[in-house]
Design a protein around this ligand. Sequence first.
Ligand SMILES: Cc1cc2nc3c(=O)[nH]c(=O)nc-3n(C[C@H](O)[C@H](O)[C@H](O)COP(=O)(O)OP(=O)(O)OC[C@H]3O[C@@H](n4cnc5c(N)ncnc54)[C@H](O)[C@@H]3O)c2cc1C
Length: 347
Amino acid sequence: MSTPRRGRWASRDSLRRSDLVRIILRGAFGDRILTDEPLAPYTSFRIGGPAQWFLKAESVEELREAVRVAQRAHIPYLVLGRGSNVLVSDDGVDGLVILNRTRRFTVRPASAGLLLVADSGVSLPKLAGKLAQGGVSGLEWAIGIPGSVGGAVVQNAGAWGHEIKDRLVSVEWLTPDGQIEEVPAQRLELDYRRSALLDVPPGKRPIILRAKFQVDRGKPTEVQRRLRCYIMRRTTSQPRAPSGGSVFRNPPGDYAGRLIEAVGLKGHRIGNAQFSPKHANFIINLGGATAEDVRALIDLARRRVRDAFGITLELEIELVGRWEEEDESQAQDHTPPAQGQEGEDGP
Ligand SMILES: Cc1cc2nc3c(=O)[nH]c(=O)nc-3n(C[C@H](O)[C@H](O)[C@H](O)COP(=O)(O)OP(=O)(O)OC[C@H]3O[C@@H](n4cnc5c(N)ncnc54)[C@H](O)[C@@H]3O)c2cc1C
């Protein structure tokens, strides 16, 4: 039997890899690094297993540092905004989940109207609400989209005939090799619920740190009236139960909800997940649904719609975490805008 080596190198050799990862992560963020943190509370579905490692990033600097530290530890990382467009697997997510809670935004005069610069973690509904209070117009339609600015850019979120693409000027992103770049909106190739970022696996995507939007001065009462209209329209058309919003993209010239209804699945339930009786393209969590329940509904709808119409429904939500192979083919400061508006969206 060989004599164990002593001293610094001996102890380093004997460290397990997970201990090394813990030392690197805790060395950077201390007790704020959580282990086996359940992700369900951070998603709009209220579904999902634990994150192996978890950190809430409260500033853009922390967001950057978290990515850098994950890279140094050689572990995968996933940035989660408001978790409103993901289905997290029951088995959870390997590596570091970075919950993006960056929250600053500013509005300042620009050559055309006003320029809004928002951290990627800012909540869209809070942003839309606060802009409206300050008489800034352009994002009212986003009031009912429960995502973050970063998630909305990745997905080119939209509603009621408007989309992020209409207003986005540029983003500041962090490349996988640690560079910060300002990228004009055109480079993101934004299209219906798509961006070029979605062609890259989540762990290899650039991370959006901030986004710039062209917005306009408006009359506060008018902007707020529009906001109320959008809220009303949503309340009447969408279910209130936890969900991930629209599950499938609408195929060209049709509606995923219509197709799901046509194959008899509106209201259909597996486990505690159900195609909403109010809006068939929403899967709702009736309470205690698992990711597998949702996945089974997804697979069933795809199969039935393909068999009946020859159309393959494409997912709008993203499956994240550990999954088996698919079974189917698959502001608080409201100074007048002209002098600048600045604030935070709150926790
Ligand atoms: C009730 C309900 C209604 C909805 N209505 C609409 C609607 O009308 N229109 C619409 O378009 N969508 C809608 N959605 C879907 C969803 O809210 C949007 O897609 C939203 O923009 C997602 O943002 P998020 O922060 O929640 O993203 P997340 O779900 O947190 O993340 C989605 C993906 O984006 C990545 N990502 C997140 N932040 C960043 C970042 N900063 N940099 C790089 N990648 C990032 C994540 O890693 C993940 O891959 C709805 C959802 C719900 C639950």
